[in-house]
Design a protein around this ligand. Structure first.
Ligand SMILES: [Fe+2]
Length: 172
């Protein structure tokens, strides 16, 4: 989480974000995996409806957001960033795009190091393009393994491929 926070802080600085916004970005980084070690069955208890059906490996995002909401946090773009940091979401604001990208690109990840370094470098000036490239890679990976791809993930891909207006008009 520290590496994700450092990366988001670096990008925030490169984008010239004011200190207050950078603090928000860092909060997203420090909180996104805050309940990752808890049992998925326990985490599902704080979720409602369809979110309870999410697979074990992604349930920690929505659960962290639900607990923060319960504690009175009302920053929706931040909650959405945390909720969907693994799956992606077509309605992400910049904080959501940045967390999604930083979680995937943080320098501790071992595979495809050169590619990740290039994307890290490019991210501040081309966050949309970088996120699109990551979503494409994740979708290809899931398909290769014969695993399902969530509609939110496909919809995030479509935002980059077809333009936001088309996706929002036809989505969800
Ligand atoms: Fe996570």
């Amino acid at each position: 989480m520290g590496r994700v926070a450092d990366l988001m802080n670096e990008w925030g600085k490169a984008l010239g974000l004011p200190k207050k916004q950078r603090r928000r970005w860092k909060a997203a980084a420090w909180l996104h995996d805050s309940v990752k070690e808890e049992a998925p069955a326990e985490l599902r208890k704080v979720l409602r409806g369809r979110l309870r059906l999410l697979p074990d490996n992604v349930v920690h995002g929505p659960a962290a957001a639900a607990l923060l909401r319960r504690d009175g946090v009302i920053d929706e773009p931040l909650m959405q960033a945390i909720s969907y940091h693994t799956l992606g979401h077509p309605m992400f604001e910049t904080i959501g795009l940045a967390l999604y990208a930083a979680d995937f690109l943080e320098p501790g990840r071992r595979s495809r190091k050169k590619w990740r370094a290039e994307l890290r470098e490019r991210a501040p000036e081309d966050m949309d393009g970088v996120v699109h490239e990551i979503v494409g890679a994740r979708i290809r990976f899931l398909m290769k393994k014969g695993r399902p791809v969530r509609p939110e993930t496909i919809a995030l891909w479509n935002v980059g491929a077809e333009g936001e207006a088309w996706v929002r008009a036809s989505a969800v």
